[in-house]
Design a protein around this ligand. Structure first.
Ligand code: NI
Length: 173
């Protein structure tokens, strides 16, 4: 396993629609392993392949937050939303590609998702609470969408300018 470099907004790769995965290969298994390691290391609760510059429809997540609780790493390949609740939920979201910026985003409170597992099998599950927000946030990444796209333009521009400044500072080292 290896840590991958997380792209920081703004980056054209974060605005692209990712491509469906045709089959599970060794490369894909390596990617999923690396993404989980990168996510836990950050630390974060979700990461989508475009955030490490790979334009595949793959995401990883683990929303278990209680200390001492057993981790629950999930790998979702080609995830699809089957159903969303009418009830909505507001969470303060952040993103590993937009470090240290947080804002409230409203999304469906529950969502049913179908995806392919690393063993090639199809799995279906209903998510709620933080898991629902996380899976929707990560699926947005696969369509080139960021949580700041839900914010008002002024707030979004403010965050984008901060990220441009951060990237200039990082480039200077
Ligand atoms: Ni994100």
């Amino acid at each position: 396993m290896a840590l991958r470099n997380i792209l920081i907004h703004p980056d054209p790769r974060l605005k692209k629609v990712a491509t469906p995965v045709a089959s599970v290969t060794d490369d894909l298994r390596r990617l999923a392993d690396d993404m989980l390691e990168t996510m836990y290391h950050a630390p974060g609760i979700g990461l989508a392949a475009p955030q490490v510059g790979v334009m595949d429809r793959v995401l990883v997540m683990d929303c278990v937050k209680d200390e001492g609780a057993r981790p629950d790493p999930m790998v979702l390949i080609n995830p699809k939303v089957l159903w969303t609740s009418e009830a909505r939920n507001v969470y303060e979201e952040g993103c590993l590609s937009i470090p240290e910026q947080y804002a409230e985003v409203e999304r469906p409170a529950e969502v049913e998702v179908e995806w392919m597992e690393l063993d090639g099998k199809t799995r279906r599950e209903k998510f709620d609470a933080l898991w629902a927000t996380c899976v929707q946030h990560e699926m947005d990444h696969l369509d080139g969408k960021l949580f700041i796209d839900y914010l008002r333009p002024l707030k979004r521009q403010m965050i984008t300018r901060k990220m441009q400044k951060l990237k200039r500072e990082m480039a200077r080292g």
